[in-house]
Write a protein that binds this ligand. Structure first.
Ligand code: AMP
Length: 349
C-alpha cells in the first residue's frame, strides 16, 4: 500500500522481506533476507534516499548502522520505545498521557503481588514482540495465576489492570521534519481475540478528538518524529487511556485510502521524503473490515455499492490479515447498513 501510494508521486519503493512471496513483491522490487541481516540492510540503504519500516519488530540495533548510510525515518528511538510496552507506558506517563495501572513482571511471585496490588481482572502481556493479541492472557481470578504463568510466564512481562472500556479508538497522524503535523479523524475499532476486525471513521467526538490530537502531538514532538504515528486508546468513563503506539502506518488507518483526501500511506511517504503533508479531510463515512484467516468472496463483496476491495496476496493462515475492504458513504446511516451487509459476507477464522 505504501508502494502503490508512491507511484503517482514519482516515489519508487524497494522492499526487504524474508519471503519473495511478500505482498510488496507484487508491486515493487524486493530484496529477500533476514530483516536484521546487516548486508541486506546495507544493500537496501545503499540504493535508497530514505529507509522506513511498516512493522515494528525489527531491532533498533540492526537499523543503527543504516543511519550512517542514509536517513532512517521514523527515528530509531520511536521504534525502540514502541517495542517495549513498559518503556512505551513510561513515555506516555512522562508526557502526562493516562495509561492503565501496570507493573513489570519477571516472576510468578511478582504476578501474584501485582494481581493483588493492581487488582483483577488484569491482562498479562509479553513486553516485547507481542502484537495482534499474541502473548496475552486475561486473568479474571487469582485461581488462574498458574494457568496464566504456564501459558506465557517468564521474564519480561507486564501486568495491566483490565480496562472496562466503552470504545477502543485510535488516532493516526503525520509529522514532517519541519514540524508540520496533520491528524486524521478518529477511528473506532472493534477487536476479536486481540486482532482488529473492523474500524469505523470518522468517529465524531470533538472532545476526545482534541485530547487524542494533543497526546499524539506530545509524543511526536518528544521523539522529533518524522512519518505516520498511531496511538490506540481505550475510552474509559469518557476519558482516554493510552494502550499503545505504533511508529508506522496502521491497520486502523486503512480506511483513509478511499476515505480521505490524502491516505495515511501517502502522508507517510510525503513526511519521510520532505514533501508537504496532504489534507486529512474525510470524504464521507467509512468502514474498513479486515479479512482474517480466510478470503471472502470477491464477487459477492464487489456486488455491494461503494465497496473497495484489497487482497494482499498472502497465503491464508488462521488469524492472518489477508486483506481488507472499505465502504464509503455520504451518510452515517448508509455506512452502517453497508457495513452490516459486508459483515454478512465475511468470516474471520
Ligand atoms: P494490544 O496488543 O495491547 O493492542 O491488545 C490487543 C487488544 O486486547 C486490545 O485492542 C484490547 O481489545 C485488548 N486489551 C489489551 N489490553 C487490555 C486492557 N488492559 N484492558 C482491556 N482490554 C485490553
Amino acid at each position: 500500500m505504501l508502494a502503490l501510494a508512491g507511484y503517482p508521486l514519482g516515489i519508487r519503493c524497494m522492499f526487504l522481506d524474508r519471503s519473495a512471496a511478500a505482498p510488496g513483491a507484487q508491486v515493487a522490487p524486493i530484496l529477500t533476507g533476514d530483516l536484521e541481516d546487516a548486508s541486506r540492510l546495507a544493500a537496501l540503504a545503499a540504493c535508497s534516499d530514505v529507509v522506513t519500516f511498516d512493522w515494528e519488530n525489527i531491532s533498533g540495533e540492526a537499523l543503527r548502522p543504516l543511519e550512517k548510510l542514509t536517513r532512517v525515518r521514523p527515528p530509531r528511538a520511536a521504534l525502540e520505545v514502541s517495542q517495549d510496552r513498559l518503556s512505551e507506558k513510561a513515555l506516555f506517563s512522562r508526557l502526562r498521557i493516562p495509561v492503565a495501572a501496570h507493573a513489570a513482571i519477571d516472576s510468578k511471585e511478582q504476578l501474584i503481588r501485582a494481581a493483588r496490588k493492581q487488582g483483577l481482572p488484569g491482562v498479562l502481556k509479553t513486553r516485547r514482540l507481542g502484537y495482534d493479541g499474541k502473548g496475552q492472557f486475561v486473568l479474571r481470578d487469582a485461581t488462574r495465576i498458574d494457568e496464566a504463568w504456564a501459558a506465557i510466564g517468564g521474564e519480561g512481562l507486564i501486568y495491566e489492570k483490565f480496562q472496562e472500556f466503552s470504545r477502543e479508538i485510535s488516532i493516526v497522524g503525520a509529522r514532517s521534519a519541519t514540524g508540520q503535523t496533520v491528524f486524521y479523524p478518529l477511528s473506532a475499532n472493534t477487536h476479536g481475540g486481540g486482532i482488529l476486525r473492523y474500524s469505523i471513521a470518522p468517529f465524531a467526538n470533538p472532545r476526545l478528538e482534541r485530547g487524542a490530537q494533543v497526546y499524539l502531538k506530545r509524543v511526536m514532538n518528544a521523539l522529533d518524529y518524522v512519518g505516520v504515528l498511531t496511538i490506540e486508546f481505550f475510552v474509559v468513563g469518557g476519558r482516554l487511556v493510552a494502550n499503545e503506539m505504533a511508529p508506522r502506518v496502521h491497520n486502523s488507518g486503512h480506511w483513509t485510502i478511499e476515505g480521505c483526501v490524502t491516505s495515511q500511506f501517502e502522508n507517510h511517504l510525503r513526511a519521510i521524503c520532505d514533501l508537504p503533508l496532504g489534507s486529512t479531510r474525510a470524504l464521507g463515512h467509512a468502514a474498513m473490515i479486515n479479512f482474517l484467516g480466510t478470503m471472502p468472496s470477491r464477487e459477492r463483496l464487489l456486488g455491494l455499492d461503494g465497496l473497495a476491495f484489497h487482497d494482499y496476496g498472502k497465503e491464508p493462515r488462521p488469524g492472518r490479515k489477508l486483506g481488507h475492504c472499505t465502504v464509503l458513504k455520504s451518510r452515517k446511516s448508509e455506512r452502517n447498513s453497508a457495513l452490516a451487509d459486508a459483515l454478512k459476507l465475511i468470516q474471520w477464522t
